[in-house]
Design a protein around this ligand. Structure first.
Ligand code: 5GP
Ligand code: ZN
Length: 112
């Protein structure tokens, strides 16, 4: 997907602050965090939204979700965290490459 920001991050064409990478998934810090810790988990395969997934994506979706607590703990979110998947324009989705937001730890650190 040549016009997809997250595919460009995957291709190394846009820099990102990497949290985790394996053969099928990448996690990186959100550029506009809404919590002290806020990162995104994305598949390397371009899938636009959760609504585009079918039973063939069960394993991938499961692995994305199961990665969240592992990475949240590594990021210091021992007390817990929130997950969010915005789906479609009406769901507030802005980047049409499926992603799980993982965030917590209170208000983001203000940078002035
Ligand atoms: P959505 O609203 O689609 O669920 O969330 C997209 C998220 O991607 C937003 O929280 C936004 O800050 C983040 N984002 C958009 N462009 C970039 C980028 O180039 N780099 C990073 N790291 N995050 C981005
Ligand atoms: Zn993409």
């Amino acid at each position: 997907m040549s016009d997809c920001i997250f595919c460009k991050i995957l291709a190394g064409q846009i820099p990102s602050s990497k949290v985790y990478e394996d053969d099928e998934l990448l996690a990186f810090h959100d550029i506009h965090p809404f919590a002290r810790v806020h990162f995104l988990i994305i598949p390397k395969q371009h899938i636009a939204t959760l609504a585009d997934c079918s039973s063939g994506h069960e394993g991938l979706l499961g692995r994305m979700l199961l990665l969240a607590p592992r990475l949240a703990k590594k990021q210091g979110l021992d007390a817990g965290f929130k997950t969010l998947i915005n789906t479609g324009r009406g769901g507030g989705q802005e980047v049409f490459h499926i992603h799980v937001h993982v965030f917590g730890g209170g208000d983001p650190v203000k940078r002035s």
